[in-house]
Design a protein around this ligand. Sequence first.
Ligand code: PEP
Ligand code: MG
Length: 574
Amino acid sequence: MRRLTGTGVSHGVAVGPVVMLMQNPLVIRFAIPPDRIDDELTRLRDARERSKRQLHEIGARLNQRARAELRYLFEAQILMLDDPLFVNRAEELVRSEHANAEWAVWRACAGLAAVFDEVEDPYLRERKGEMADLSGRVRMNLRRARESALFDDVEEGAVLVADQLSPSIAAQIDWTKIHGFATDTGSRTDHTAILARSLHVPAVMGLLDVSGQVSPGTTLVVDGTMSEVLIAPSPAEAADYRGRRQRWVAMQTRRERQGVGPARTLDGVEIRIDANIERVADVEVARQQGAQGIGLFRSEFLLASADAPAIAASEALQVELYRQLFDRGRADSVTIRLFTASALEEVAGDHDVGDLRRVQLRAVLRAAGDGQLNILVPTVSGVGDLRDVRAMIAESRAALERRGDRAGQVAIGAMIEVPSAALTADVLAREADFFSIGTNDLVQYTLGASRTEPRGAALYEPLHPAVLRLIRQVLDAAAGSNVPVALCGEMATDPVAIPLLIGLGLRTVSMNPAAIPTTKQLIGQLRASELREVADRAMSLATAAEIEEYLADALGRDPRDELTLGSATEGATT
Ligand code: PEP
Ligand code: MG
């Protein structure tokens, strides 16, 4: 078994025999059943004859225009068609390896090209390009002879290995038949990667040379979650991955059946809604309320229970708990906010706080193999905080690897909940994988108000222009650097604030589960195209009261009158 690491661009697991596609040139390889070998050979010969006819026609036309040197070129191609090293060799591959004709032609041509590579004579070396051209022509004629869709003949449950995979080809493939793909080139932001995610096709890209390391029919595991492929796994490993795939497929099916999906405005703009939770058991509630994932798991709540010291010190206990976040809630992604410093200090006892942090990081990395797991760094005040956590994560990953434990891929995000973070969002955006704006704290620290003390409550105004400007600054910095951004403060549950936030460009929110159904309903009544202007106007006003009044007016009425959201302050904790 060999393991290659690339970039997991779409979650999930696929296990199956390799089917290959070399898009440069585009060639697929599948096995021809013995009783169809003769048909395949006929197809090949027909394609050769058709190619020959076309080349003669081209030659005749060129002749009329007296382009002799070009005519010779095509005449040379006609001769090559009869070269025993080409079509005859291809026929041999169909017979001996049961290769499909397209593949056999490509292989024969590649063999000839290698011969040309060896020769010193530059004239002969140039013939290599002509070989590729000719091979393309024969393959084109093979396709025309049989107008079938790509991969029609491929067995169900195969995985695709390609040098490169263009979005148009990816869009053409029947992914119910082909269960995943691995490519030499590509990255997370490729359109092919985006397509894979939306179609839920497990995929790893950027593997550099996976196409050179596998053969058609080799068993391959594609683990998009762990960013790796396993070539020729042992039967036990393959069985383990098949089990994982089954669980993953079951999760997808349940999700589709439950209709859990993003909110959608009247004009079709999708707003992702995740849940904020404090207890592992709440993932089920989050799901029932229609959350797509867990946008904020306040892990410090684990340290508020009676067995907190045991949990804080036990990697195994934490791995178990974090895995349950996926298993019980069927979330498509889970964001775990790391223990806050104060929570850790309270339970540390004789333990070193740094050691306890490492315990959590190792546990999170181990659980990351189960799905898309994000680490959220609380109360980031500047980029230094993020760097410190990154360094600790690298250290923890190395420690796990030394131990032989598997560490999954994680995205590392910054919680923007103090003004210093918002004001340096452009700097943070260069180093954070995502942002989560925590308005519960951002409001209090911007305004010198208190979210808990009744005395400070009067000053606590989420719609204050200072807060809105900071939020806009964060959204703009994130957009400028292509950093995903969510807002996980309770402000997202406010029916007056949410249209404004959408108008400012926000597309992901995370909130207490109870607020999700009504927020979805409210978003379904909005028209995103109109909200940018509303937001611009609101941003020009002077006070929270003016902004609130304007918004209520612009939205036709105060939506709060009509909607009673599930406890708008629930979950607004520390
Ligand atoms: C926030 O500050 O907005 C937030 C979501 O975190 P918490 O409420 O846990 O402080
Ligand atoms: Mg906070």
